[in-house]
Design a binder for this molecule. Structure first.
Ligand code: ADP
Ligand code: MG
Length: 255
């Protein structure tokens, strides 16, 4: 892991008079899981969508795998995987049919069952999207990002609203995708998730990057300032209790 695959320099985005992104710069390294963290409205989705070529920037420079965003948006589209709007999931089609349809749009020859296998949805091949649980919907959505065999995938809050088992299951899937050589950019406002999943994170607040490092280093930096938690940390938390009692297995098959 070392080569820079995405470079963002001094990126600004205004919506009318409102400045949503105010001069941010960061690099993403090939093969890492890079997190954009921040509260709602911080500018995470705006930043992602600009890199994905889906939104116009106001100013700044973006390079993806050596391709300049202004000069080569179509070449960039070919090497990135983007979660499609769920409105594109035609309600009458089954999951395997949707994959064939999307593969056709990308001009890719894909075995839908192999792709569904990858995200643990083989047994749902003949289900419709609306019949899936929240976790299954996210897994399917992630599968669609992989259709064009991208170098980089973009995941915007993939675990929001999921239960603890489904979140962990998705973390495993995201790690697997990364382990197969795909760079992952993910947004989240769950700090526990970023801490275990991301190699490096940028914390965005009101359109500014206020910190950028590995979770470990950011924590060490805070501790070095003399920061201490008010209480001694227990060896487990309530989520550990919940997982311990209910098990790691996914329950979504029941719905
Ligand atoms: P995040 O993903 O971090 O929650 P967004 O990038 O979606 O944040 O939004 C950043 C800010 O820009 C928010 O204040 C949001 O209301 C505003 N915003 C986002 N999209 C638009 C738009 N199309 N028009 C006007 N304002 C927008
Ligand atoms: Mg967002």
């Amino acid at each position: 892991m070392s080569k820079t695959i995405i470079q963002v320099k001094n990126l600004y985005k205004n919506y009318g008079d409102f400045a949503a992104v105010k001069g941010i710069s960061f690099d993403v390294l090939e093969g890492e899981i890079f997190g954009l963290l921040g509260p709602n409205g911080a500018g995470k989705s705006t930043t992602l969508e600009i890199i994905e070529t889906l939104r116009e920037k106001t100013s700044g420079e973006v390079t993806v795998d050596g391709l300049n965003l202004d000069d080569s948006p179509n070449e960039i589209k070919k090497i990135i995987g983007v979660q499609l709007q769920t409105s594109g999931y035609y309600p009458s089609l089954h999951l395997d049919e949707l994959i064939v349809l999307f593969a056709g749009l990308y001009n890719e020859d894909i075995d839908p069952m192999a792709l569904l296998d990858k995200v643990n949805l083989r047994d749902k091949a003949k289900a419709k999207f609306k019949e899936l649980s929240g976790g299954q919907k996210q897994r399917f959505s992630i599968a669609t990002t992989l259709i064009n065999k991208p170098k980089i995938i973009f995941l915007d809050e993939p675990t929001t609203g999921l239960d603890p088992q489904a979140r962990r299951n998705l973390w495993d899937l995201i790690r697997e995708i990364r382990d197969h050589g795909t760079t992952v950019i993910i947004t989240t406002h769950y700090m526990d998730e970023a801490e275990v999943l991301c190699d490096r994170v940028a914390i965005i607040d009101s359109g500014h990057i206020i910190a950028l490092n590995s979770p470990d280093k950011l924590i060490d930096e805070l501790v070095a300032t003399g920061f201490e938690k008010p209480k001694e940390v227990k060896q487990a938390n309530l989520e550990d209790v919940f997982i311990n009692l209910t098990g790691h297995a996914l329950r979504e098959e029941k719905i």
